[in-house]
Design a protein around this ligand. Structure first.
Ligand code: COA
Length: 260
């Protein structure tokens, strides 16, 4: 069934999910978050999908944040539930997807928009992009993982500054800070993301999923990332992809991975 607030396109193993509320600068309301949850589940279960790109509709915004109109009247329990549900359904879901997720940041990525981009495994920004966590200007704090993921990506000092000032940084500054991986002219944004996707898709899907789990493990409280790496590394030896990858190397041919 088509989504009310999402556009989905498939091309050569790459699924592009476009958040489609351009008149509201693609703000994340409840419906959009539920639809993204569903779209991610569908993509996870579809063997034809190897890499996902997530972007915003229109030339102005990736996502301008959580929908302020929807939560402006909330009290304490609803505020807490908003953050908990959103983190589970969308932000943690994105981060723990078994397939690589690329954020194509095509304009404003503010509040929940930057938090969504930070949940993705890779970020590519267009040169017009502006990023920030303006929540304290509204009397709240980032609630979709921003206090944690921003500090991990850019360090505690820069994260504190960005959160305290509620200011926006430009794409080139975000690149310098390590908040995004690449900056390209806006008309080349999806091409750059697809180029990255094509490079990724040459590799084993089972190994990619294991790599995501191993890298993420290092950021899970109480989890020994090195130990998880050993386990994931070992498990790879039992996959058909490992047999194919090593055989292809020894036979001097291109590997044909099946993701098994
Ligand atoms: N939630 C709900 N609606 C939002 C929104 C958000 N986070 N961000 C933008 N919109 C809506 C505006 O209310 C406006 O809708 P309207 O036409 O029904 O009034 C529409 O999107 C266009 O936004 P507008 O503010 O007119 O565009 P602009 O070019 O003047 O400003 C921004 C762009 C991004 C600077 C501004 O929209 C903004 O500051 N948005 C909020 C950012 C924010 O605080 N996000 C964190 C939320 S926790």
């Amino acid at each position: 069934m088509p989504f009310a607030n999402l556009l989905i396109t498939d091309a050569d193993g790459v699924r592009t999910i476009t958040i489609n509320r351009p008149d509201q600068l693609n703000a994340l309301n409840r419906v959009t978050i539920s639809e993204l949850d569903q779209a991610l589940n569908e993509a996870d279960g579809d063997r034809g999908v190897r890499v996902l790109i997530i972007t915003g509709s229109g030339a102005k915004a990736f996502v301008a944040g959580a929908d302020i109109k929807e939560f402006a009247h909330f009290a304490v329990p609803e505020g807490k539930a908003l953050a908990a549900d959103g983190q589970k359904k969308l932000f943690d879901h994105v981060e723990n997807m078994s397939k690589p997720m690329i954020a194509a940041v095509n304009g404003f990525a503010l509040g929940g928009g930057l938090e969504l981009a930070m949940s993705c495994h890779i970020r590519v920004a267009s040169d017009n992009a502006r990023m920030g966590l303006p929540e304290v200007s509204l009397g709240v704090i980032p609630g979709y993982g921003g206090t944690q993921r921003l500090a991990r990506l850019v360090g505690k000092g820069k994260a504190m500054e960005m959160i305290f000032t509620a200011g926006m940084i430009k794409a080139d500054e975000a690149l310098q800070w390590g908040l995004v991986n690449h900056v390209v002219p806006q008309d080349q944004l999806l091409a750059k993301c697809n180029e990255l996707a094509a490079a990724i898709m040459k590799n084993s899907p089972t190994a990619l999923a294991a790599a995501i789990r191993a890298v993420n493990a290092g950021y899970e409280p109480g989890v020994d990332g090195m130990q998880r790496e050993i386990e994931e590394f070992g498990k790879c030896f039992g996959t058909a992809d490992f047999k194919e990858g090593t055989s292809a190397f020894l036979e001097k041919r291109k590997a044909n991975f099946t993701g098994a």
